[in-house]
Design a protein around this ligand. Sequence first.
Ligand code: OSB
Ligand code: MG
Length: 371
Amino acid sequence: MKIDRIELREIRMPLVHFFETSFGRTTDRRIVLLRARADGLEGWGEVTCGESPFYSYETPATAWHILRDFLIPWALEKSWDSPAELAKRFRPVRGHNMAKAALENALWDIEAQSQGVPLAELLGGTREEIGCGVSIGIQNSPQELLEKIRRELAAGYQRVKVKIKPGWDVELLESIRSQFPDIGLMADANSAYTLADVARLKLLDRFDLMMVEQPLGWDDLVDHSRLQRELKTPICLDESIHSAEDARKAIEIGAGKIINIKLGRVGGHSAARKLHDLCLARHVPVWCGGMLESGIGRAHNIAMSTLPGFVLPGDVSASRRYWAQDIIDPEVTVTAKGTIVVPRKPGLGYLPNLERIEKLTARKESFERRR
Ligand code: OSB
Ligand code: MG
């Protein structure tokens, strides 16, 4: 593959409803999209970082810098046998996985189109439909949260994840369980606790949760392994897993029993697949996490979720839960049984709506191969 043009854009998109976690509230997204052209085909990727460095250190500005000054010049310097080969070229850059993923993933889109196959198939996916859950943020009141849960269940979603933090946890889960005794339920703390909270965290064992996600430090494995020994509820790791190597170490020390795979956090489809393969071989269930993506990032998540180890419903849900209008055609929709039917068209399988993207663009820069 010979890339001859790469375009970066930052688009602004208001969420239909604010999304709040233990680290803060998001109302308006700033999303960096990457469009690459190679061999007469065009592919898209998304930088899945937050607006602020509260989930990870990456932000739209750091991603723009790393892409413009390092990754894009490298990508334009020669032809690549495969997206995985480009991913290897990115290794000298420490971290910045979300910036790397946007560019590598755009090449996966192109590679799938050039082979005339859906991206899911190129990745080795085996599912025609993927199971979907929802992630529901912290609300203004417990009543509003219960109402939201009711609505999402009525729409068919297979499991509900709620965000927790000290003061919005045990009592809340108690009232959720009393109204919804049998639903697939889990809680995500986004690192809001420490080992000093073990007694409180042990109370979570009453609620038959599928898992508790990232209760402790964003960069911790060791304390998670201590906590897991105290808890019946499986711990799922999100923030602290950046590679298959991280997952291997986490599994070896018993830091968790389930892993949330996010394409951006691990640096793209090649790394995500490696992590997936490792977990599959070790019988560790994985699922696909979400980062409030636009349709581009969402489409990549759908393709990845078709791999056989993705045995739990992910945080991959319908476009309309996030956006008044998404930037892809068709938008992502969810069936009454809480699934997304994987597109069968070559590549991502959803068309970027260029007119809409142009309207939302706040900043744009393009880079051409020198001839
Ligand atoms: O921890 O999984 C998380 C959103 C932003 C940052 C971190 C997380 C999340 C979500 C939302 O839970 C998942 C989604 O619906 O996209
Ligand atoms: Mg999480």
